[in-house]
Write a protein that binds this ligand. Sequence first.
Ligand SMILES: [Zn+2]
Ligand SMILES: [Zn+2]
Length: 117
Amino acid sequence: MATSAEDVNTKNEKGGTFHCEACGLRETYHYYGRQPPFHRAITFMEDCYLAKDPFRGGGCGSFLLLGAMCVACGRTVCQAASCSLFYARRFCLACASANLEEFPQEVQQRIKKKAAN
Ligand SMILES: [Zn+2]
Ligand SMILES: [Zn+2]
């Protein structure tokens, strides 16, 4: 993997820079993990990158899920429908397409539609 001058996707609980390895999106994240300190009522099913919602603020617990790691290939991918899919676990679209038969029919249809775009 190419080294970058900038540290991205460092899985730091205190935040850093999120970088989607599929589309190249870059965002500042404020927390990595399953239980964001700014939203105690929530526990995620995966470790993910979260950013506080800049448009609400005020510590009322609004946040944006930026993305998470693909369980199959380990790439970090964003939430965009064209980059990843959550079905029990997170998959990047490339892995989802490569393992189509592992998913139920209905999800396969979704993947095919996305991959066609
Ligand atoms: Zn992306
Ligand atoms: Zn993958």
